[in-house]
Design a protein around this ligand. Sequence first.
Ligand code: OGA
Ligand code: NI
Length: 321
Amino acid sequence: MTDKLPIIDLAPLSEGEAGLERVAGAIGAACRDVGFFYVVNHGVKRDLMDDAFAEARRFFALPLADKEAIAMRIVGGNRGYSALLGEALDPTRGPDLKEAFNIGFDLAPDDPELLAGTPFRALNAWPAARGFRKTMLAYFDACAALGLRIHRAFARDLGLPLGFFDDKFDRPMATLRLLRYPAAPNQSDADVGAGVHTDYGNITLLATDDVGGLQARRRDGRWIDAPPLTGAFVVNIGDCLMRWTNDIYVSTPHRVINTSPRERYSIAFFFDPNPDAEVAAIPSYLTEGAPKYPPILAADYLKQRLDATYLERRIEPEGSK
Ligand code: OGA
Ligand code: NI
């Protein structure tokens, strides 16, 4: 088992069939083993990544009242600001020392699904900062395109038609989440930035600054570091893809502990399926026996998982959005 997360070069994806085969093999091996890997030459422009981090820093530096004005409980649809200690990714451990801002799939005010009240369809809320919206929407789109390319490699590795995931992700419940972890006041591990958890969707594309603190738990239970790798994305498998593959791919538990005297910024792109996509074991994987999980609609699954994470919703379920 690997001590170091694999680094996968995506450049061959634009070199035709042989390139796809090679990348799919490397990605498939990582997904069956540790469920975490880095991608480089991924096609998302470095300037865009830098701009997104610059905007995130500016956003978190705003007065608390400005951030609270677009709080998740006001905005709804899993969008908006979530304050320090407002969530517990590992509820046995207590609240996370982090703050966050979520942007979802962007919709026009007259979008039919929005008007129909489809789950997780909502308007995004934006801070007043000039440039924020444009940068974040460009970053969101770039991540979604990268997510789809990576899904083509999954499809190849899993023996599925290449476009298998395309129509399950064309209006995804994707979430772009800016995160800030305050500097550690002391070197103890008492302050967990993000408690142990698995992600809920198919994959997460994570960009981090150079502070470090992300750790992943291998199948054998050992924790390994996922140190910062400049310009790369850390990709990890989430629970929906694990269900789809009947546990062939691993959704790996991970956590963030910022023990550094510096604050830490990261940007996660959670690539969750369309709300009405059915997440059900792919038939080619049923040879080992019955499906391990009953089929579930992606929106129902995401709702269950989010409700367990937000402290506010657990305390006041009737106020949940
Ligand atoms: C998450 C997560 C890691 C990080 O938000 O689900 O695992 O480095 N974040 O911020
Ligand atoms: Ni996570």
